[in-house]
Structure formats: C-alpha cells, structure tokens
Design a protein around this ligand. Structure first.
Ligand code: ZN
Length: 93
C-alpha cells in the first residue's frame, strides 16, 4: 500500500544540486524562479567542482527546466502537480 503526496507546481521553490564527487556531497540550492536566468555552471560550495548541466538544444538543462516551470505555472487552463509516493509507514509520510 502506498500513500501519495500531490505537490502543486507553485510549491516547488528550490532546486538542490548534490555534488556526486567522491566524499563530497556538497549541496547548491537555487530558487526555481531564477533557474531561467542561469548562465554557465554552478559551483559546488564544498569542493568547487563545476556542476555543469548537459544542454538541451543550445541551453543548459537547468535553464530549460526554469523556463519550462515558468511556462507551466502560467497555464490558464490547467494546473500542474507532481506526485510523490511512499509506502504507508515510511518515516517521511
Ligand atoms: Zn563537491
């Protein structure tokens, strides 16, 4: 059995980038409403590694995500929600 959480798009306010370098795990957080203005890489606050997203077309994936989120937030005919599921009894539910 699962429990689901429905998260409205408007509540997605922060994106976390977790550095995957060995023994690092540094986290860079950014407001979702600023992603569309990103230029270049984000630096890991712990090790300084460039957290460079792949590009989609000619723009970075993070910038594309920001543009997409803003576009969807302005849809007049429907609202977007994200669904998280977890087994009942999961400590986070
Ligand atoms: Zn790092």
């Amino acid at each position: 059995m699962e429990k689901t959480l429905k998260i409205p798009l408007s509540e997605l306010r922060t994106v976390r980038l977790v550095c995957n370098r060995a023994d690092c795990g540094g986290v860079a957080e950014m407001p979702t409403d600023r992603l569309d203005g990103l230029t270049g890489a984000v630096s890991c606050p712990s090790c300084g590694h460039a957290l460079m997203p792949r590009t989609i077309g000619s723009i970075s994936g993070l910038k594309a995500l920001g543009m997409t989120l803003k576009s969807l937030a302005g849809e007049p005919g429907f609202s977007v929600e994200f669904v998280l599921s977890a087994p009942v009894g999961h400590p986070d539910v």
